[in-house]
Design a protein around this ligand. Structure first.
Ligand code: ZN
Length: 125
């Protein structure tokens, strides 16, 4: 009876010792893991800092490109306005040279809505 009890106690002690060392091992393992994670976090923060620096560099580049694009847009807008002016000038020149031909009386210098012969006919009716 006492033999069994002592045996059980020994086993319990062994078990306790094993679980104790197991806990110590686990604890040190966890501590190591936590340390590793802390290192990883520090590394990630460094990377994040690098990334932030890179992002600010990219932002600088982006603002440069945007200003270039704005300049290009200005130039394009000026080109469009320039071509519009040319177009208007050509129209104006055509108007001056009286290239209008009436499709009612085939007379030059006016078009059908302004044809005096057509209006004259309308008046006669
Ligand atoms: Zn006419």
């Amino acid at each position: 009876m006492s033999n069994i009890e002592s045996c059980e106690e020994e086993m319990t002690y062994d078990e306790l010792a094993i679980s104790y060392y197991d806990l110590i091992a686990k604890n040190s393992e966890l501590t190591q893991r936590v340390e590793e994670q802390v290192k990883e976090i520090a590394q990630l923060q460094d990377e994040r800092f690098d990334n932030l620096a890179h992002i600010s560099e990219l932002n600088d580049e982006l603002s440069k490109l945007n200003s270039q694009l704005g300049h290009m847009k200005e130039q394009t807008g000026m080109m469009i306005v320039d071509s519009m002016f040319k177009h208007l000038k050509e129209h104006h020149t055509n108007k001056k040279s009286n290239s209008w031909v009436c499709d009612h009386c085939k007379g030059k210098g006016h078009i059908r809505p302004y044809c005096f012969k057509l209006h004259g006919e309308v008046k006669q009716f």
